[in-house]
Design a protein around this ligand. Structure first.
Ligand code: ADE
Length: 257
């Protein structure tokens, strides 16, 4: 998988690429990341990459010429792969989009700064626009790293554990079950007995139930789209009943009232 990142601050991405799983994926030739400084494609004396907006108003807009020149120089014209603009106006990023993008052998990421990019970049160069959420950052560099990170995890062999990406929250449609490691007791808080039992079928069921419960409590919207099996439905029904019972108990008048 190859990423070409176009940015005015490409140096901010490097430290993250030089650590842990991304670094290992690069060393193992599973991942290539090329960082391109858009400023290198300016042709004027002062290397200007932005200008004031036509029509007035505050802020600066990234000029189209160096962006087109950089992307077309590296990727050809028309570009040989998807060109994704990171912008709060894009489609909201999800694990499903990460899966979809991981099918491409090569992706270009264009990081906006300031008020954004000249609209002609959007109209005639960019093939997709992605937002990482409904908030505004100072630039697209963190979103670009976020995409690279989440897509790299999906490359077979990139994670130490070959099944690591399968159980992830969102990958299955459920949030992930809770994890524990040694010690079995810490400050008096014990790890659930079932995890120490060595009974793999029971552990699997417990993990599934916990994932269901966590999703129900934190992200019920995900559960609406999830295909429950018979045991899942039985478990959730039991929990619902327990909650109804405990609410009723709490509402019951006590002997003093
Ligand atoms: N650039 C600034 N804010 C952003 C966001 N939320 N997503 C993607 N790119 C951005």
């Amino acid at each position: 998988m190859r990423f070409d990142v176009f940015s005015l601050l490409p140096q901010v991405l490097q430290p993250y690429l030089d650590a842990s799983i991304l670094q290992r994926a690069i060393q193992n030739n599973l991942l290539e990341v090329y960082l391109h400084d858009i400023r290198s494609w300016t042709t004027d004396k002062h290397h200007v990459t932005d200008d004031t907006p036509f029509g007035g108003g505050g802020g600066m807009v990234m000029k189209p010429e160096p962006i087109f020149a950089a992307v077309e120089d590296v990727l050809g014209s028309p570009p040989a792969c998807p060109v994704i603009l990171l912008t709060p106006q894009g489609r909201t990023y999800t694990q499903q989009i990460a899966q979809e993008l991981s099918a491409h052998p090569r992706i270009a990421l264009l990081c906006g700064r300031y008020e954004g990019v000249d609209e002609r970049v959007r109209e005639h160069l960019v093939t997709d626009e992605i937002s990482i959420g409904d908030y505004v950052l100072t630039g697209g560099e963190i979103p670009a790293l976020l995409l690279i990170d989440s897509i790299t995890r999906l490359i077979p062999g990139a994670l130490g554990d070959p099944d690591g990406a399968q159980d992830d929250s969102f990958a299955s449609g459920l949030l992930e079950y809770p994890h524990y490691t040694r010690p079995a007791e810490f400050r008096g808080w014990r790890v659930p007995d079932v995890l120490l039992s060595g009974n793999h079928a029971k552990i699997e069921r417990w993990r599934r139930d916990q994932a269901l419960l966590r999703t129900l409590r934190r992200r019920p919207d995900l559960l609406e789209k999830f295909e429950l099996n018979k045991k899942d439905r039985e478990f959730l029904k039991k929990r619902e009943q327990e909650e109804v019972d405990s609410t009723n108990n709490n509402l019951r008048p006590t002997s003093e009232s």
